[in-house]
Design a protein around this ligand. Structure first.
Ligand code: GDP
Ligand code: MG
Length: 178
C-alpha cells in the first residue's frame, strides 16, 4: 500500500472554483469539520484540506480539496490549482446572478484546460436564502445538463445537500481497472 489510488481506495484531487463570497470555504468546512462559521476568513490564494468518505460498495474516496480564492488577482493562478484535478466543483450563490455568470466562465475554462476526463459539478449555494433567490433552480439545472455536469443546490449554513454533493461526485468518478 503506497497511499495511491487502487480499485477500492480512490484518491482524487478536487478543486473548488467560483466568485468570491459564494461560500466555497464554508462548503469545505461544513463537509470536512461539520461546522459553519459565519465569520470565516476570506481565503487568500488557496487552502488545502482532505476528507475521506466510504461508499456503500465499501470503496473509500479520499478527496484532496483545493479551495481557491475567487479574487481577480488570483485568477492567473487558477491553472496551478486545477491542473491534474479529477473533479471540478464550480460554485455560485443563488441570490447573485453575477456569480452564476462567473460560474459559466469557470466551466468553460475547465472544459478547455482541465483534465479531459474531469468530473464537473455545478453547485448553487445559499439555498437557505429562498426569499432572496435570483437564479432559478431550472436555470442552474438547464446549464448543467447542457454541459454534462452534475447539478445540486446546497446550504453550507444548514448543511443541506453538502454530504450529498460529495457522495454524488464520488459515484461519478471513473474507477481504475483492478
Ligand atoms: P468564498 O469566498 O466562496 O470562500 O465564500 P465564504 O465561504 O468565505 O462565504 C462567504 C460568505 O457567505 C460568508 O459570510 C458566509 O457566512 C456566507 N455563506 C456561505 N455559505 C452560506 C450559505 O449556505 N448560506 C448563507 N446564508 N450564507 C452562507
Ligand atoms: Mg474562500
Amino acid at each position: 500500500e503506497n497511499g495511491d489510488s487502487d480499485a477500492k481506495n480512490l484518491r482524487v484531487k478536487l478543486v473548488l472554483l467560483g466568485d468570491s463570497g459564494v461560500g466555497k470555504s464554508c462548503i469545505v468546512l461544513r463537509f470536512v469539520r461539520g461546522q459553519f462559521d459565519p465569520t470565516s476568513k476570506v481565503t487568500v490564494g488557496a487552502s488545502f484540506l482532505s476528507q475521506t468518505i466510504a461508499l456503500q460498495d465499501s470503496t473509500t474516496v479520499k478527496f484532496e480539496i483545493w479551495d481557491t480564492a475567487g479574487q481577480e488577482r488570483y485568477a492567473a493562478l487558477a491553472p496551478l490549482y486545477y491542473r491534474g484535478a479529477a473533479v471540478g466543483v464550480i460554485v455560485y450563490d443563488i441570490t447573485n446572478p453575477d456569480s452564476f455568470h462567473k460560474a459559466q466562465y469557470w466551466v468553460k475554462e475547465l472544459q478547455k484546460h482541465g483534465s479531459p476526463d474531469i468530473v464537473l459539478a455545478l453547485v448553487g449555494n445559499k439555498a437557505d436564502l429562498q426569499e432572496k433567490r435570483e437564479v432559478s433552480v431550472q436555470d442552474g439545472m438547464d446549464y448543467a445538463e447542457k454541459n454534462g455536469m452534475f447539478f445540486i443546490e446546497t446550504s453550507a449554513k444548514t448543511a443541506d445537500n453538502i454530504n450529498q454533493l460529495f457522495e454524488e461526485i464520488a459515484k461519478r468518478l471513473p474507477r481504475p481497472t483492478p
